[in-house]
Design a protein around this ligand. Structure first.
Ligand SMILES: [Zn+2]
Length: 358
């Protein structure tokens, strides 16, 4: 059975609730308060399946990065409808599905939330000194300029590429995507306080995971790497969690290392969950990152979207092509891409179930 990407956040959330309901899930809905472009309410939906007494739980999360939820939601629905979740609960596991951690970004086709915040840079300690990113400071005006006409794009893109020629591509990637806390309208902005989504996730973890002995999380992402390839990003080497993840999944990468598609980042949600769980919980976090289109195309789409929301009119005539480019960069409208996502998801989630049940 192939996975099928929803046409919108609203369709994805409805399909998720219906599929979870058929499987007898306990559903809870955390209303956001803001609305999507179609006027529909936004929410994080959480489905719990399996015995409440299960001391081992597998968590699958979608939409941490809004628009990336098109694929993540489809995976969750597929896992429910194909009988995969039932197989996991039959094996004695508890299953927790968190749908659309960033519903605003999913609905409005943005990677960031209602405050232009990247949730995977937001789980830092805001009472302490925030991470510095001088590379981003240098490029901030070039990355998100005040105008987005062709001439401005040509000039500013040349400045960005010049940074790569002086410092190398990994340094450019770290500067752009490592996270920054000084430019609220910029890219990969970590925020200035804990986001609504972070607060809700805290509540969900507290309610459902605090008293378990083993917890594994798979967070579903798109936008980095070769088309349709789902790279598995694991815990920091060489820790017991990393050893365990290696034994379940085989090949893993670590953000920031040469072989990974991802830069090292500060304040991601998987680290946030780890800090919240009691020390004696055996915790195995991982993220799947599916590649889509060329990295420069992804960056241009993110820059255009940031410009639209900082300096343009998200309801005006510039919006449609920018949103189409962003959607194409994070959820390609291509059945072959969806097929590859589905195959890889089934493989990884099956390995997690086998690792937890074994
Ligand atoms: Zn992501």
């Amino acid at each position: 059975m192939d996975i099928r990407l929803p046409g919108s956040y609203t369709e994805g959330a409805a399909r998720f609730r219906a599929a979870a309901d058929v499987q007898g899930a306990a559903l809870e809905r955390h209303e956001h308060g803001l609305h999507g472009p179609d006027g529909d309410a936004l929410a994080i939906d959480v489905a719990r399946l399996g015995s409440t007494a299960a001391d081992t739980v597998l968590v699958v999360m979608s939409g941490t990065h809004g628009v990336e939820g098109f694929a993540g939601s489809a995976c969750q629905v597929h896992w429910l409808e194909s009988g995969g979740v039932k197989a996991a609960t039959d094996a004695g596991l508890g299953v927790l599905l968190v749908h659309a951690l960033n519903p605003y970004g999913f609905a409005w086709v943005r990677r960031v939330n209602e405050d232009n915040v990247d949730l995977n840079r937001n789980c830092v300690d805001f009472s302490a000194a925030l991470p510095e990113n001088p590379g981003y400071d240098e490029l901030a005006n070039a990355l998100v300029p005040e105008r987005w006409d062709q001439e401005t794009q040509d000039v500013t893109t040349a400045r960005v590429l010049d940074y790569a020629s002086r410092h190398g591509f990994p340094a450019l990637q770290a500067a752009i995507s490592g996270g920054q806390y000084r430019h609220p309208a910029g890219l990969f902005f970590g925020g200035s306080n804990p986001s609504w989504s972070r607060e809700i996730l805290h509540e969900v973890v507290d309610t459902h995971l605090g008293r378990r002995s083993r917890v594994a999380v798979i967070d579903l992402h798109t936008g980095l790497g070769p088309f349709g390839v789902g790279e598995l990003l694991g815990p920091r080497p060489i820790t017991p969690a990393w050893e365990r993840a290696r034994s379940w999944y085989g090949e893993l990468t670590t953000p920031g290392e040469a072989e990974s598609v991802s830069a090292a980042v500060s304040g991601d949600v998987l680290d946030g969950i780890e800090r919240q769980l009691p020390d004696d919980v055996e915790y195995t976090p991982a993220a799947i990152e599916w590649g889509t289109v060329d990295v420069v195309e992804v960056l241009q789409a993110l820059r255009g979207d940031a410009w639209l929301h900082a300096h343009g009119d998200p309801n005006g005539s510039d919006a449609a092509p920018i949103k189409a480019a962003l959607r194409a960069a994070f959820a390609p409208d291509d059945p072959e891409w969806a097929r590859l996502v589905g195959v890889r998801f089934e493989e990884v989630v099956g390995q997690a179930v086998a690792g937890l049940a074994g």
